[in-house]
Ligand binder design. Sequence first.
Ligand SMILES: *Cc1c(COP(=O)(O)O)cnc(C)c1O
Length: 413
Amino acid sequence: MSSSISPRRRAFERDLSAPEPIPEEGIARAEELMRKGLLFRYGEDRSGELEVAKLEAEFAAYLGVRYAVAVNSCGCSLFIALKSAGVRPGDHVLMNAFTLAPVPGAVEHAGAKPVLVEVDSSYLIDLRDLERKAASGARVLMLSHMRGHIADMDALSETCRRLGVTLIEDCAHTLGARWNGRFTGTFGKIGCFSFQAFKHLNSGEGGIIATDDEDIAARAILFSGSYMLYAQHGARPPLEVFERHKYSTPNFSMRMSNLAAAVARPQLKQLPERGRLWNERYAILEELLGAIDGIEVPARDPREEFVASSIQFSLPGLDAGEIEEFLSRCDARGVHIKWFGRSEPKGFTSRYTDWGYISEEQALPKTLGVLRGLCDMRIPLSLTDEECRLIASIIGECVADARAATSPAGAAE
Ligand SMILES: *Cc1c(COP(=O)(O)O)cnc(C)c1O
């Protein structure tokens, strides 16, 4: 079946995957640091140019936590969070099965064993399955607010408390988002955030660990590779806390660089405005896509104060062939949609069945059913309302076309 487009059918002309540009203030500061060569986060006897320390202090103040530790990626922040929370090789770690590859990767990096928990049709962790899986003896849950979808954090926190499970939150897509008035990343013992180019704050690569626990913070700083210069950190526990850990904590050299912090800092101030813009675009797309026959956009709890830098929807009535046809038609018209049901991992969309290093096979029929029809599209901040409407109409036409093309009558054309 060819995907020829008739001339009256408009295409979306811009790149949906284009990252957000760096504010001029960040560019100027990065340039200044480059001219001085001050790209390392610490100085031996220097003060005043400690860009990463400033970012940590500003981030902790923004989130309302005592300690923040900046590292080179969110994946590394997840790994350090596990180590700092006391996870040992061979331990079991619970995680929702709908997540991104760096999450099971961090568990594997720590030598631990992922125990996958089912998700429901709203893409959220299934708390009953969490209770069942906690019987594995796992003492830690690494919860991804995957693609910005936030579970009922009151119920989840209560379940974790009752089960004696320590919560670590992966907030790669929820920087700036809240549940019932409270920032994600502050419900658990540790919150981990991403500054990777396609997240809410773009420093190319980068991550940050947030916690109120002084021992976890000190260990995270030492793990990140502080060369005993930990006194220079911007949001750290008192120095005596480091005395308890400095001889027993290895240096993993996962520091954030001054350059990444310089471009990230001015973006922190922009988060409220970015959130507002993303959610306006999301509201348009959600309404228009939700009205299309064949597409389901799950309803969201009013307590979920998300920051929608992307949109997810399901195609429950379409089989794999129809979805392939739908995606290639969208692609031909400039709308690139990711699909978690693909049999081969591609780009950012792997499934738990693709993580072959997880030694024990785990069956999650409910999650597989959800992933089978799950589509994902980025929402660039620069998208106009009119472009949102164009994209929605392209998606609607492509669903209808894909169904017609793959129906027996269409195939006989
Ligand atoms: C992007 C992402 C990560 C990892 O971020 P990096 O900074 O690229 O390591 C982890 N979890 C989720 C859910 C993500 O989307």
